[in-house]
Design a protein around this ligand. Structure first.
Ligand code: AHR
Length: 660
């Protein structure tokens, strides 16, 4: 790019710079550097986490054993048996019933003399991803009901069944105890399995069979996949919304997200079915459950690790309205409201309080400093507002320090949306969550959406958005460059309106290439690898260069919302003393608007330009080509207080001008 500009004869270049794409003399784009218009909230660009597409179990939660506690509907799911005898009673699943309601089942293995060998095998989540030379921590709870001792050989095998790592443990006595050992994998394999060989005769009871890599995020035992957390951390997100999404609601109330069941020792967290298990006939996921190894404590910790404000969303007494639409009677909402009060205590209370103590016992005596709380996911209609009113009253009175996130429903416009806003107007200003899963054209067109929103009412949380290349929930949607570019154009509008829009997050966040239900998604991964989509790089550029104050950027005296295919926004960053421009060229031709920086101060001669583009709108990143679309950086020169640049066809460009 730079060399192309240098080689262009002076006069021709001057002409090109001052002509617009239609060949007419165009007005410059004017950026008013000295008069910031509004502050940009540190929360501006965040992330939305939902356990969909195997995002938690089989995804960011690094546990490799599927159905470790035998609690799936089919307690043997994920488990296979190699018994060198015909004795089918060798494996029995027992149920402790009320004596252990959270984790009632365990497996009993009886090895007899007729059985020279017995092996229980776990296939993991579509295989186990293991890496050569990496260490793995095996553990399980076990007891020998008939006492004595029993040797177990723990083995990793590759996809073909060949041993690639081995260790052993010896069980002793009839008390339930935790046993553990270490294995090293001799091979990298995305579809390895775990074998447990019972080498002595006798009866063994086992539960919570677990295998974790050592190289988790921050090397935390029982922790998260480091590559995935790193991708999240690189976004420098302003907030982390969790745990969803529709998963908050459940298909029915019984399977709603109950945060209290996701904290404390992992063996006491009660597994439930994942609501995405049966949602789409075209993507059945019968093995999709929630072990809650990634629970509310871990979400808070993750937020802290990556410098994001924690934003939990709680069920407001309503199951998913796209499914059963089951609701709790309004006069029976107290337990739900109490859940919200207790959550604030869990996050922020002193270790002397009931829930603050649970947090402290889990390893975090300091409060998490939660400031935001969502009431309901994308609920709609009178049922939502009848329930919201109850929550709002109690929370406003007891916790005025917490900002509440209210829902505008699942749609970006229409009757439900309008109804929601007439109701929302009746509340004291808080933050309203709007969702848009729309075609790319909608995103281009809506770059001016918030220009006309009220300035003194609720703030806006663009809580879930993603351009859909085909249709919402179509399995053929792709994270292609057209979608990403349209989101970039739209996001210039969000940024320009940062006085109203204070939080934004793309959704969904994560998807397993072999285990997804919903596409498009921001980050894709398999059992070993992960990559950011083109959409990811758009998010990353906006977030990494979010600035602190909005600047006016006008073309023909109007914001850049698509005229001549140009979209743009400008910010000032107080922390780095940078002027940052974001420009989208949505056309098939280079655009060369002159940019004038109105500033009393002298501007430097040098600046940096970061370009994200692709030759074809249908291009996309993939496991095989993870960096096909990625930003590239070049040095550029200012011409006094002017910028004469060529913006590549179908591109997002970030310009960084550092003032002395
Ligand atoms: O992001 C996928 C789903 O879309 C979310 O769970 C829900 O809130 C929305 O309908």
């Amino acid at each position: 790019m730079k060399s192309m500009l240098m080689n262009m004869p002076g006069m021709l270049m001057f002409l090109l710079m001052t002509l617009n794409v239609t060949g007419q003399k165009s007005q410059p784009v004017v950026v008013d550097v000295d008069r910031p218009k509004a502050e940009i909230q540190p929360t501006m660009w965040g992330i939305f986490f939902e356990d969909i597409n195997q995002a938690a179990d089989g995804g960011i939660y690094a546990e490799l054993v599927m159905n470790r506690s035998f609690e799936f509907f089919n307690p043997r799911a994920g488990w296979g048996v190699k018994a060198f005898s015909k004795d089918s009673s060798a494996l029995v699943i027992l149920n402790r019933g009320i004596s252990n309601q959270a984790n009632p089942r365990f497996a009993r293995i009886s090895v007899t003399a007729e059985m020279p060998s017995y092996c229980l095998s776990n296939k993991g989540f579509r295989g186990m991803g293991v890496k050569a030379g990496n260490r793995y921590h095996f553990s399980m709870l076990a007891s020998l009901p008939e006492s004595g001792s029993m040797k177990l050989r723990i083995e990793l095998v590759d996809a073909g069944g060949k041993p690639i790592g081995e260790s052993s443990i010896t069980l002793q006595g009839n008390e339930w105890k935790k046993y553990s050992t270490e294995l090293t994998s001799g091979k990298t394999d995305a579809h390895a399995r775990l074998n447990i060989w019972f080498e002595d005769q006798g009866v063994a009871d086992i539960d919570m069979v677990s295998l974790f890599p050592h190289d988790t995020w921050k090397n935390r035992p029982g922790g998260l996949r480091a590559d995935l957390v790193q991708l999240l951390a690189d976004l420098k997100p302003g907030f982390l919304r969790f745990p969803g999404g529709c998963i908050v609601e459940g298909r029915e109330l019984d399977t709603r997200y109950k945060w209290k069941k996701t904290v404390g020792p992992v063996e006491e967290r009660q597994l439930i079915v994942n609501r995405w298990n049966t949602e789409f006939k075209h993507r059945p996921s019968p093995d999709y459950f929630q072990s809650f190894g990634l629970g509310f404590y871990e979400y808070f910790l993750l937020s802290e690790d990556i410098g994001a404000e924690p934003l939990p969303i709680l069920n407001c007494g309503m199951a998913c309205q796209f499914n059963t639409a089951e609701v709790v009677p309004v006069d029976q909402l107290d337990p739900y409201i109490q859940d919200a009060l207790d959550l604030i205590e869990f996050a922020n209370g002193s270790p002397d309080t009931k829930w603050g103590k649970i947090r402290a016992d889990m390893g975090h005596p300091e409060p998490f400093g939660m400031k935001l709380l969502g009431i309901g996911n994308e609920q709609w209609g009178p049922q939502y507002f009848e329930r919201l009113e109850k929550f709002e009253k109690v929370l406003r009175e007891k916790h005025p320090e917490i900002t509440l996130i209210l829902s505008a429903g699942p749609f970006a416009e229409g009757d439900l949306f309008d109804f929601a806003w007439t109701k929302l107007e009746q509340y004291a200003p808080q933050v309203v969550d709007e969702h848009y899963y729309k075609e790319p054209a909608w995103f281009f067109k809506n770059a001016s959406r918030y220009d006309s929103y009220k300035r003194d009412g609720h703030k806006i949380f663009a809580g879930e958005y993603a351009a859909q290349s085909v249709n919402t929930t179509s399995p053929d949607n792709q994270n292609n460059w057209e979608c990403a570019l349209s989101e970039a154009a739209f996001m210039t509008g969000l940024e320009r309106n940062a006085d109203v829009v204070t939080m934004c997050s793309y959704a969904p966040l994560l998807a397993h290439t072999e285990g997804w239900q919903w596409t498009p998604d921001l980050i894709w991964f398999d059992n070993l690898k992960s990559f950011g989509t083109a959409n990811y790089y758009v998010q990353k550029l906006f977030s990494n260069y979010k600035g602190t104050d909005v600047l006016s950027m006008l073309y023909e005296n109007k914001p850049l919302t698509g005229k001549d295919g140009l979209y743009g926004s400008a910010v000032w960053d107080r922390n780095t003393s940078e002027i940052i421009l974001k420009v989208v060229n949505a056309t098939t031709k280079p655009l060369m608007p002159e940019i004038v920086l109105k500033s009393r101060k002298k501007l430097p001669a040098d600046a940096t330009m970061i370009v994200l583009k692709s030759d074809k709108l249908t291009n996309l990143n993939s496991i095989d080509q993870p960096l096909l679309i990625q930003p590239s950086e070049v040095a550029i020169k200012l011409n006094g207080k002017k910028l004469n640049l060529s913006f590549a066809p179908h591109s997002l460009t970030i310009i960084r001008i550092k003032q002395n």
